[in-house]
Design a protein around this ligand. Structure first.
Ligand SMILES: *Cc1c(COP(=O)(O)O)cnc(C)c1O
Length: 356
């Protein structure tokens, strides 16, 4: 058990008004969780303090060599007043896999969960109520030694900040247009593609800007070696329904292992819907689209849960999916997952975890 000291703010902010659209990642709650690490001492000084700037030396290692882990999950206000997290154990496990890959000390799983629950409880009043809204939780760890040499740091901070967020699709699911990138790559096997770390996003910005300029909202990455096999979308994993079978790229070391991805795969199995994790070439998708067997395409991630894809662009080919509409299964996955997250549907898998 962590001994978490709680220092409450003396200047609480006004809670967002009910009509505030809560644009993703723009509003932060009154408090945050912090703990420190030092080699020899371990993680220590767990505390919840007023949300405020942190002070680091300009030489802090994270600024120069990017030794940083982040996570993303959500807390929901369930109908009967319960506060629920969705599969937080999966985020904690993934955070520690990222930590291992980046030589950041692991955070004991039970301490991590206690920190999540305690900070969410402290900020319970900030969890929005409207359908589709939630409290986004951003845990992250950074290397803080004031040192310009390249080696794993000896000091770290682990921080959790919270942000009330609006419905990703306020008017219901809305298909996105996706640009298939064939010039730049995001990650290669053996690299850090399967770690949740900022560097992967820095590497993605150039393509994202290009895609936006062309009128596409996100980028779909191909593998870093042959630029032939499908990997994932900017911040989402990708699924295709081809001739009755749901397929998604196999975790190969360069794809981020999404919690929502795993959730969809488990639902397919529970529904006896054939599902395959395997290599998928872009030619296969193009052929399936041409011969009419590409039934649905959707992305999965915590922010949007399910993001139907209405259009794919690969080289000069524009593939319209479902005439730009929403697939039956995309909608069914969305309704089921959000239903469990909000405590409205039976939770056979014990995915919802009560904060109190
Ligand atoms: C976080 C993330 C995802 C989605 O993971 P979820 O656990 O489902 O939110 C997919 N791809 C990348 C690159 C990510 O960073």
């Amino acid at each position: 058990m962590l001994d978490i000291r709680i220092e409450k703010t003396t200047a609480p902010k006004e809670l967002p008004k009910a009509d505030n659209p809560l644009k993703f990642g723009t509003i932060f709650t009154d408090h945050m969780f912090i703990m420190n690490y030092k080699t020899g001492k371990g993680w220590h000084d767990a505390r919840i303090v007023p949300y405020q700037p942190i002070s680091l030396e300009p030489s802090a290692m994270v600024f120069h060599y990017g030794q940083a882990m982040f996570e993303g999950l959500k807390a929901y206000k369930a109908e009967n007043g319960r506060v629920l997290l969705f599969r937080p154990d999966k985020n904690i496990e993934r955070a520690n896999k990222t930590n291992q890959r980046l030589c950041i000390p692991e955070i004991p799983a039970e301490d991590f969960l206690q920190a999540l629950k305690t900070v969410v409880k402290t900020e319970e009043a900030w969890i929005p109520h409207k359908p589709g809204t939630s409290l986004y939780i951003r845990p992250f760890a950074i290397a803080t030694d004031p040192f310009l040499g390249v080696r794993p740091a000896d000091t770290y901070m682990f921080i959790i900040i919270l942000s009330p967020v609006g419905a990703y699709y306020p008017e219901g699911l809305n298909p996105v247009k996706i640009w298939i990138e064939d010039e730049y790559v995001r990650a290669v096997r053996g690299g850090i593609g399967e770690a949740k770390t900022g560097g992967n996003y820095a590497a993605s910005l150039k393509s994202q800007v290009k895609a936006h300029d062309e009128g596409y909202s996100q980028v779909l990455w191909l593998d870093g070696v042959e630029r032939k096999y499908i990997e994932e979308v900017g911040a989402m994993n990708i699924f295709f329904k081809i001739n009755g079978t749901v397929v998604t790229p196999k975790l190969n070391g360069s794809i981020l292992p999404g919690v929502t991805r795993d959730t969809v795969i488990q639902l397919c199995k529970a529904w006896d819907l054939p599902v395959q994790e395997r290599r998928i070439s872009i030619e296969e998708i193009y052929e399936a689209h041409k011969n009419g067997t590409l039934e649905e395409v959707f992305g999965t991630g915590t922010a949007a849960v399910i993001s139907p894809v209405g259009q794919l662009r690969w080289e000069q080919h524009i593939m319209k999916i479902k005439d730009g509409g929403i697939g039956e299964f995309s909608q069914k996955f969305y309704d089921t997952i959000t239903g469990i997250q909000l405590g409205k549907l039976e939770d056979k898998f014990n995915w919802a975890v009560e904060v109190r």
